[in-house]
Design a protein around this ligand. Structure first.
Ligand code: FAD
Length: 483
């Protein structure tokens, strides 16, 4: 009998029939071929809370392949695309493209890049490039897209109509970077798919439903530092200024952490503003961040959440006060990582809404939390991050500049599941929001079509049938949603 350990947040059911960890291209092709008569799914760190990473067939674990490899068969002169954030050094040129194995974590990637940096990254360095791009994951910055948007080319192992495992390199027709002759000579039997932007835009956010990602070519930029200013504020005081700051040239990104429950005259929030800095590293984050996952904090939070949840609004208000600190300069990987709060045991849901009209939508959401208080408990500040529109059909940011609103709820808090389910239901039905594929979510097929539109969903399905004609990469989520 095989015993399967829980992998981080990955849901436990259904259990896979087999677990494999290939480490070479040959082993990966072999693993996919061996699974081709049943079902298969790649899984990276298993940090995702959703059903997206589950399979009843063969689970192909990708952390076995991580690191940088030669970006091969490139056309001459391929470089990173200019990124649109260089207000301080306007003449700065983008870095070269690099090829990254899909199981590489952002922490490993940043270490390997040396004098370079990723264009953007999520708030947790243990997440993998393959896992985050596949769920439409993101960092922050209204002028920078989700993680998939920095990808130029992807190598996917599919099962073709002849039931053969096959390497397919996928690029946008409008941005071909691979030399066809060189590719065909190096990889006989492989396919270069670059006739159509649609295939690229569907596959790059497909939560493992089209094949197993081996590697991606991504843009880079020269390493840089950021200054972080965290200021406690009244939420609605000069909210328009905040929305202007989000779009300012000198601002690389803004995060807003809000106590969802009002204590006093106005809701309190902490605004973290990131600006490019040419100064040396200096100062450190406030103790509330540094001690966020200390045994004492964990104990205090659990005590309030389980024994006196009605005190949560006050506990959250206090926690916001402990993170206020200005003028902290860090290298970008450190600045963009949330740090110790990542280690708190939580389940989370996150949904995207259009960045336009944020105030009205946020007011409705806060009213929803107020109404539910007592039946549901949000036990952590809710996080808002702005992300540029995406061209990936099923990315939560598809076709619109978006604000992602994340609701983390501590484990062992009363009504954790209800709190998250009601949040997602409210966001989808009342605000037309799109849930993050790597967080807790529930969605009906009709809701999927209403929030993404028939054209996007149908194009995604067309591409999925093309890349996975025998439905080997089906799983409970794709079957439920009719994908
Ligand atoms: C502490 C914490 C912080 C987080 N911060 C952020 C954040 O800042 N921004 C954000 O957007 N999200 C964030 N998330 C959510 C995150 O995006 C998801 O957890 C996501 O699932 C990535 O985790 P992973 O790399 O372990 O991938 P997994 O959870 O293992 O996989 C995610 C999906 O990708 C697929 N997949 C993985 N590898 C491959 C591959 N090689 N080929 C094909 N499919 C593959 C899987 O099948 C699955 O559907 C956070 C999560 C946690 C726990």
């Amino acid at each position: 009998m095989i015993h399967y350990d829980q992998i981080n947040n990955l849901p436990y059911e259904p259990r896979p029939a087999h677990d494999v960890s290939p480490r070479t291209l040959e082993a990966l092709l072999g693993a996919v071929q061996a699974a081709a008569n049943g079902k298969a799914r790649a899984i990276a760190g298993g940090w995702g809370f959703s059903m997206a990473g589950t399979t009843e067939g063969t689970r192909i674990r990708t952390p076995g392949y991580s690191g940088l490899i030669e970006p091969d068969c490139l056309k001459p002169g391929v470089t990173s695309r200019p990124f649109d954030f260089d207000p301080i050094v306007p003449h700065e040129t983008p870095g070269p493209v690099v090829r990254v194995l899909a199981g590489t974590t952002f922490g490993e990637l940043n270490g390997l890049l040396g004098p370079l940096a990723v264009v953007n990254q999520p708030g947790f360095e243990d997440l993998t490039i393959g896992g985050v791009m596949m769920v439409g994951g993101h960092g922050s910055g209204i002028r920078r897209g989700n993680i998939a948007s920095q990808v130029r080319s992807m190598d996917l192992i599919v099962v073709n109509a002849a039931r053969q495992a096959q390497l397919v390199r996928i690029e946008a027709a409008s941005d071909r970077i691979t030399d066809r002759a060189a590719f065909e000579a190096k990889y006989p039997g492989a396919l270069l798919q670059d006739a159509d932007d649609a295939v690229f835009n569907a596959a790059k956010v497909s939560f493992g439903s089209m094949g197993v990602l081996l590697s991606v070519v991504i843009d880079t930029r020269p390493a840089y530092r950021l200054e972080e200013d965290r200021d406690l504020r009244s939420l609605w005081e000069d909210f328009e200024k905040l929305e202007r700051q989000v779009r300012e040239d000198s601002v690389s990104g803004v995060h807003l952490w809000i106590n969802p429950y009002r204590v006093g005259a106005d809701w309190k929030a902490v605004q973290s503003t990131y600006r490019r800095s040419l100064d040396m590293k200096r100062n450190e984050r406030a103790w509330g961040i540094r001690e966020a996952d200390s045994p004492m904090t964990r104990k205090a939070l659990r005590l309030v959440a389980t024994k006196a949840p009605r005190l949560l609004p006050f506990a959250l208000e206090y926690s916001l006060r402990t993170v206020d600190a200005d003028d902290v300069v860090m290298q970008s990987p450190e600045a963009l990582d949330f740090g110790p709060p990542n280690r708190l045991p939580v389940a989370a849901s996150s949904c995207s809404i259009p960045a336009d009209g944020l105030k009205e939508q946020l007011e409705q959401l806060l009213a929803h939390f107020k109404e539910g208080f007592g039946k549901t408990y949000v036990s952590s500040p809710i996080g808002l991050r702005w992300v540029k529109a995406s061209d990936a059909y099923l990315a939560p940011q598809y076709g619109r500049d978006s604000v992602m609103i994340e609701v983390p709820v501590l484990n062992d808090t009363p009504h954790q599941q209800d709190t998250l389910e009601r949040y997602v239901e409210f966001m989808v039905t009342k605000l037309g929001a799109r849930p993050h594929w790597g967080q807790r979510l529930q969605l009906s097929p009709a809701q999927l079509r209403s929030i993404y539109g028939n054209e996007a969903v149908d194009t995604f399905i067309r591409v999925r049938r093309q890349l996975d004609p025998l439905a080997v990469f089906d799983n409970p989520l794709t079957r439920h949603l009719g994908l």
